[in-house]
Design a protein around this ligand. Structure first.
Ligand code: C2E
Ligand code: CA
Ligand code: CA
Length: 878
């Protein structure tokens, strides 16, 4: 007959105890204890045999809570199920009992049926769990499975208290790669030979198990004299039987000092020691020591505060500029996070990113960084800086998030940004982990319009044939690689090869970690596109970066202004001179160089390469039709096909022949010059062609996203400037209106931003409805709108128009919870006063209108002289 199971009843009230015995005895053997302390003694005597504990809470000597907290800490008791008896009316008791580790509770007075049912079902549950745990052996290797290994180690430590032990763990470097390259069967064979090696290592009575994939562990008698040879030999054995060369294994050792520590944590410590030497050549093993212990404590401290730190916005986004190598102008930035801890001070990412990547917190931090980055971009747009992109780092863990694409897409649209403004830097090694999953996620992101950069290229192991399948736009060369490779001469380096590859795959290339002029020169030589590194600038707070942007913006205006003093419009950017005759080319270049930055090409192929690569920076081309390799005609033909470059002005040159001239113009050349003619003539034709295309180009840019405010669809400041640039004399006189939504801030705060947004949209629509199609409508700032109405010279008409719009807005109010209105200031613009100045006058009119009361309109006479005080009125007018 089956022996009865043992139940321990812990109850101070003798009558209750008796009752319980009565109920349980037919089915079970009952052991009794009067309080927690007695119960602990019973447990010590026969812990293995107890199937369940029935526990009273309120008892003298040691109460139920204390008892629970003690057994929960002891691994050999922790798995015994406990049913707690509580007063029927005491819900707090129940909650307290369950949270301190009880499995179930019953309420007093005892109901025999209910108790028997609970007891039986819980014992059954536990047995099932035990059966599951009986999968003692790892199917592949025959070693103990993880759970069972832990249990066996625990028992051994208890049974032989005087013997000192070590936990020894190992990890195979890049095991994933073994599977990828040699196939899973080979990977499995390798794991089996590791298991054999372990069994040999620990002998008959040793305990070894497989913890996870390629991680193994064993319990060995403690020794002080571990030597490299020992582990080298073990490794050699594996390589031999697994018939695979150069398998690198790292070992970690934890000398068991704290026997009460859960075995799982002992193994974690040993693995941590192994991880410390990952990637270090010639290091075979490492012991868990005080350093590692301190590191763990430090990591624990970080883990404890990280959530709070994020909530308190202690993390700050720094930006490191990226430059175009050819123009050496600002082309973008990388967002890098910093931690300003109130006590520990400034923390660099190396101190916390790897930890966050392990504990998963990186996804929270990354989203925070992305969001802050979007906010920065939005701010720049509203000021009207050039719309440069910023790249953010995307961790492997982020990619496994199911809704990554959704999160990113919603985020950019919330900030009114095109996805292409965010570049996503994904480290190369991510692609080697789970290529299929990563590739499909990244492909999706790319289809949505995000630009994908492969970070740290050259540090990982992505095979060249895989590179071909990866959804990528930009390769970002690993820093170490730049720093060692750039020292070598061109023809020896692998850099040149990679550049060729990148061109062939149509990828742009960024080099990071550029620290010296020499490195820069060499990168330039091999045709790298962008550079980032201390040579240019370190990562900096966004405000500092903004001043770089501002400076860049103003130097642009300077060069434009310089150029416009020569012609009437602004000419800037690069001129490509493609001419095979050295002497003639030099002659042209030396003249053009006074005014332009020059790129030279001597063959058609070279010319085309430059055009494709610098399409954005090119302002004009002088193209010889008799170039070698690829004729000038073929270059023209390709230029016509490529939409992105077809409006670059081209002056074609060839020996005198009217037919050639006709053909060139037919094929899209903007002008033609016989060769050799004087460089002066070429320059004149080039400038003319550029001026013609410039006004066309400005008109084009007005249709681009970068010129529009995302919310209202009106022009933004950038668009406004472009629109003003192409205004004609016939448009004058004009009325310039500045509208201000009166209560927007209050609406946002009390009724929510979405209503605020609707209000702005509404106003945009109203402007559309009440103006003519060739008037200029712009969202000028948060709640300010600028409108330029052409051919409106009368102050009276302007006033009427302004009042009409203000009135229309008041009637169209979306809410009656707050008074909604807008106020308007206007000025007539009829002479050569610059726009800035006119706006400042309109602003003064607006200020006057506000003084007269919200919702009205005021018109100012344009002051005859350019307004001397150019400051806008400050202070909140709301
Ligand atoms: P990374 O993505 O490879 O970033 C480039 C690192 O190189 C940055 O270090 C940058 O400051 C540094 N660096 C830039 N130019 C030079 C140079 O000329 N010489 C040298 N020696 N170093 C240069 P940082 O900011 O300490 O970041 C380290 C790593 O931490 C980053 O490497 C990235 O993997 C990670 N990280 C930083 N911010 C974030 C983030 O917001 N999210 C995620 N997931 N990872 C981040
Ligand atoms: Ca990066
Ligand atoms: Ca990198």
């Amino acid at each position: 007959m089956r022996s009865k199971k043992n139940i321990l009843v812990v109850e101070d009230n003798a009558i209750n105890r008796m009752m319980l015995c009565e109920i349980l005895t037919p089915e079970y053997t009952v052991l009794e204890a009067e309080n927690g302390q007695e119960a602990l003694l019973v447990l010590q005597e026969c812990k293995e045999e107890i199937s369940l504990i029935l526990l009273d809470i309120i008892m003298p000597v040691m109460d139920g809570h204390t008892f629970l907290s003690i057994i929960e800490k002891n691994p050999s008791y922790a798995s015994i199920p406990v049913i707690v008896a509580t007063q029927s009316d005491s819900e707090t008791d129940e909650i307290a009992a369950l949270s301190s580790g009880a499995t179930e509770f019953v309420t007093k007075p005892y109901n025999p049926q209910a108790i028997l049912r609970r007891v039986a079902s819980i014992i059954r549950l536990r047995e099932t769990a035990a059966i599951i745990n009986q999968f003692q052996f790892d199917r592949l290797t025959g070693l103990y499975s993880k759970e069972f290994f832990y249990q066996r180690v625990r028992e051994t430590l208890e049974q032989t208290p005087d013997q000192e032990y070590d936990i020894v763990c190992s990890d195979i470097e890049n095991f994933k790669l073994v599977n990828d390259i040699f196939g899973t069967p080979a990977g499995d064979r390798l794991l089996c030979s590791v298991a054999d090696m372990y069994t040999g290592l620990v002998g008959e009575e040793g305990i070894c198990g497989r913890l996870h994939a390629d991680q193994f562990a064993c319990l060995m008698k403690h020794r002080e004299d571990y030597r490299d040879e020992f582990f080298i030999q073990a490794g050699a054995q594996i390589s031999k039987t697994g018939s695979m060369r150069s398998i690198v294994m790292k070992w970690g050792i934890y000398a068991v000092e704290d026997r009460l520590l859960p075995v799982e944590q002992m193994c974690d410590r040993a693995l941590l020691a192994a991880r410390k030497i990952k990637g270090q050549y010639g290091k075979y093993y490492s012991k868990y020591d005080d350093d590692l212990r301190n590191q763990m404590l430090h990591e624990q401290a970080i883990t404890d505060v990280m959530e709070n730190a994020l909530a308190e916005e202690q993390f700050i986004v720094y930006l490191q500029p990226k430059y175009s190598i050819i123009t050496e102008r600002l082309a973008g930035a990388e967002a890098l996070v910093r931690w300003e801890h109130p006590k520990w001070g400034f923390q660099s990412p190396a101190a916390f990113i790897p930890l966050f990547e392990r504990n998963g917190f990186i996804t929270n931090l990354d989203q925070y960084v992305w969001e802050k980055t979007c906010a920065i971009l939005q701010k720049w747009d509203s000021i009207g800086y050039p719309p440069i992109p910023v790249s953010v780092n995307v961790s492997r863990a982020d990619i496994y998030q199911v809704d990554l694409a959704d999160v990113l897409l919603k985020m950019v649209s919330r900030y009114g940004l095109a996805p292409s403004r965010l570049h996503l830097e994904i480290t190369e090694s991510a692609y080697t982990e789970d290529p299929d999953q990563i590739i499909s996620t990244v492909r999706h992101l790319r289809e949505l319009g995000f630009i994908i950069e492969m970070d740290d290229f050259g540090s990982g192991y992505s095979s060249l044939n895989m590179l071909n399948q990866l959804p990528l736009d930009i390769l970002k060369l690993d820093m170490k690689f730049i720093q060692s490779e750039t020292a070598k001469p061109m023809d020896q380096g692998i850099l040149g090869f990679i550049m060729g590859l990148a061109r062939w795959m149509d990828l742009r290339v960024v080099a990071e970690g550029v620290e010296t002029r020499e490195q820069l020169e060499r990168l330039k030589e091999i045709g790298c596109d962008y550079v980032q590194g201390y040579y240019f600038a370190r990562p900096m707070p966004s405000e500092e970066f903004e001043s770089l942007l501002k400076r860049q913006d103003s130097t642009k205006e300077e060069t434009e202004a310089e150029a416009s003093s020569l012609g009437s419009t602004s000419l800037s950017g690069y001129i490509l001179v493609a001419e095979e005759d050295d002497a003639y080319r030099n002659q042209i270049c030396s003249l053009l160089r006074n005014r332009f930055k020059i790129i030279e090409a001597v063959t058609g192929k070279e010319a085309l390469g430059f055009i494709v690569r610098y399409e954005r920076e090119l302002s004009g081309v002088v193209l010889s039709l008799t170039l070698p390799e690829l004729s000038g005609f073929s270059v023209l033909e390709i230029l016509q096909r490529e939409k992105a470059v077809w409006n670059i002005p081209v002056v074609a040159t060839a020996p005198p022949d009217p037919r050639t001239e006709d053909q060139a113009v037919e094929m899209g050349a903007d002008d033609f010059a016989y060769k050799p003619c004087s460089a002066k003539i070429i320059e004149r034709r080039l400038i003319n062609a550029m001026e013609r295309s410039l006004s066309y180009e400005s008109r084009q840019t007005l249709h681009e996203d970068a010129c529009r405010d995302y919310l209202t669809g009106l022009l933004n400041r950038r668009g406004l400037n472009a629109a003003v640039r192409i205004m004609k004399k016939e448009d004058a006189p004009m009325a310039v209106f500045l509208f201000d939504i009166d209560n927007l801030k209050q609406v946002n705060e009390t009724l929510g931003h979405s209503l605020g947004d609707r209000l702005l949209k509404k106003f945009g629509d109203l402007l559309h409805a009440r103006t003519r199609s060739n008037d200029i409508l712009a969202r000028f700032g948060g709640d300010e709108f600028l409108v330029i109405m052409r051919q409106m010279g009368s102050e009276e008409t302007a006033l009427k128009k302004g009042e009409e719009i203000c009135g229309g807005f008041q009637n169209a109010a979306l809410t009656d919870q707050l008074p909604i209105s807008c106020t308007c200031g206007a000025v007539i613009w009829n002479n050569d006063v610059p726009l800035d100045n006119i706006i400042s006058q309109a602003d003064k009119a607006l200020y006057q209108a506000k003084l007269n009361g919200k919702g009205g309109c005021s018109v100012r006479h344009q002051s005859g002289l350019p307004d001397s005080s150019n400051d806008r009125q400050n202070g909140s007018r709301d």
